[in-house]
Design a protein around this ligand. Structure first.
Ligand code: COA
Length: 270
């Protein structure tokens, strides 16, 4: 495993740190592959309940895809550019988006291009007051390729997303908060504590309930409501036989015993 991404596990939370600070944590192919490999490990490890993604160094979460590297794929023509660059980046963000455990981005600095797309794909985001976001791909003569032309409009609405996508101009963490791209903005020195607190609040709940909620909300977002409701009922059906649901219901009911019995069927009242 390369050291492109560091992984530290504390109290069932894995912190993945994008680790290329001298290049503002630009995402080269090795970094994208390392994220995918680490997520495979984290998925298989029941002792890990949540993931925080952040950036090494004091300037950047990530300044986006490694332009030097993908320029050589572009030079090889559309087939190589899509195969080596676009598919890899899209696989990485799709894996983050559909992950079965909550992924929180802790945005410690610049989140440009692919860095911003990781934030878009993550389930929840906390931004430092020193964060700065941008969709600068248009300045390179291209569009986002790690899902950023699709997820930002869904998150922020079409016109707010298009303002970022078409101007390429940086925007503040306060704007990111207002757009719905991040959930919270906190003082820089409280960033990781805030992300960990958010993770700890989620992982009090059962892993099955968390996974079902993530699956229903994420898959449902890209479907019409009828199909989304089917996903919701399928996810609920999977929970019906879990010990977690039985324990949750029993605990709630135990604190609030019924003062009168429930009728077995509404017709019994008639
Ligand atoms: N790909 C490859 N290398 C990158 C990079 C990227 N996306 N972003 C930054 N770097 C490298 C720089 O080449 C430089 O390396 P060097 O010291 O070996 O020359 C180092 O990181 C520091 O970046 P630098 O440009 O010198 O910092 P800056 O403060 O002057 O500018 C940015 C910061 C973010 C404005 C600028 O780096 C930038 O425009 N990066 C590209 C952003 C982008 O377009 N991302 C989307 C790609 S699709």
């Amino acid at each position: 495993m390369t050291d492109r991404v560091l992984c530290e596990i504390t109290d069932t939370i894995a912190t993945l740190t994008l680790n290329r600070p001298d290049k503002l944590n630009a995402i080269d192919y090795a970094m994208a592959d390392a994220i995918l490999a680490l997520l495979d490990r984290v998925e298989a490890d029941d002792a890990i309940r949540a993931i925080i993604i952040t950036g090494a160094g004091d300037r950047a979460f990530s300044a986006g895809a490694d332009i030097h590297q993908f320029a050589s794929s572009v030079a090889q023509g559309p087939e190589a550019a899509v195969r080596d660059f676009v598919r890899r980046g899209q696989a990485m963000t799709a894996r983050i988006e559909s992950f079965c455990k909550p992924i929180i981005t802790a945005v410690n600095g610049l989140a440009f291009g692919g860095g911003c797309e990781i934030v878009e794909a993550s389930h929840l985001s906390v931004a430092s007051n020193r964060a700065l976001f941008a969709k600068p791909e248009i300045k390179l003569g291209m569009l986002p390729t790690f899902g950023g032309s699709q997820r930002l409009p869904r998150l922020a609405g079409r016109k707010r997303a298009l303002a970022a996508l078409l101007t390429g101009e940086p925007f503040s963490p306060a704007s990111a908060l207002e757009m719905g791209l991040v959930n919270q903005m906190v003082p820089h020195n409280q960033l990781l504590t805030a992300a960990r607190t958010l993770a700890a609040t989620i992982i009090r709940h059962t892993p099955q309930a968390v996974a079902a909620t993530l699956a229903a909300a994420t898959r449902g977002l890209n479907m019409d409501i009828a199909a989304g409701l089917l996903v919701e009922s399928e996810q609920f059906a999977r929970l019906v036989s879990t010990a977690g649901l039985h324990a949750g219901l029993k605990a709630w009911i135990g604190q609030r015993p019924l003062s009168r019995p429930v009728a077995a069927h509404p017709l019994e009242h008639s």
